[in-house]
Design a protein around this ligand. Structure first.
Ligand SMILES: [Zn+2]
Length: 114
């Protein structure tokens, strides 16, 4: 359940910013989440419940998620492919030298409050 830690970190930076702007509560947070994080909507909802209980500022906050496709590049054949989970070898040449090029994002895109 690493999403709890990730979400807590994300929300604590939102809190920091929001307080500076004089907001008293945050109603909506838009997150960018890479598919390779392996985070499901259910586990994110649970993490949000925990964060809400912890922090009154987020008591009524909703979270919108923008998913980013996972992608890897093969360093041997230079093929690029998209996937949902990290792979061990290249699907075209079966080489083991893969580089992750996207899919591990987890950050706050925007938020709003009052
Ligand atoms: Zn390859």
């Amino acid at each position: 359940m690493h999403e709890i830690g990730l979400l807590k970190n994300a929300l604590s930076s939102v809190k920091h910013q929001a307080l500076k702007e004089g907001l008293r509560r945050v109603d909506l947070v838009e997150l960018v989440v890479g598919k390779m994080q392996g985070i499901t909507a259910d586990s994110l909802a649970l993490a949000l419940e925990i964060a809400r209980a912890d922090e009154p500022m987020f008591a009524r906050c909703r979270v919108k998620v923008k998913e980013v496709e996972g992608a890897m590049e093969c360093l041997d054949c230079h093929g690029r492919f998209s996937l949902d989970k990290p792979a061990d070898s290249c699907p075209s040449c079966h080489g083991p030298n893969l580089k992750l090029i996207s899919g591990l994002e987890f950050y706050v895109d925007s938020y709003s409050g009052s």
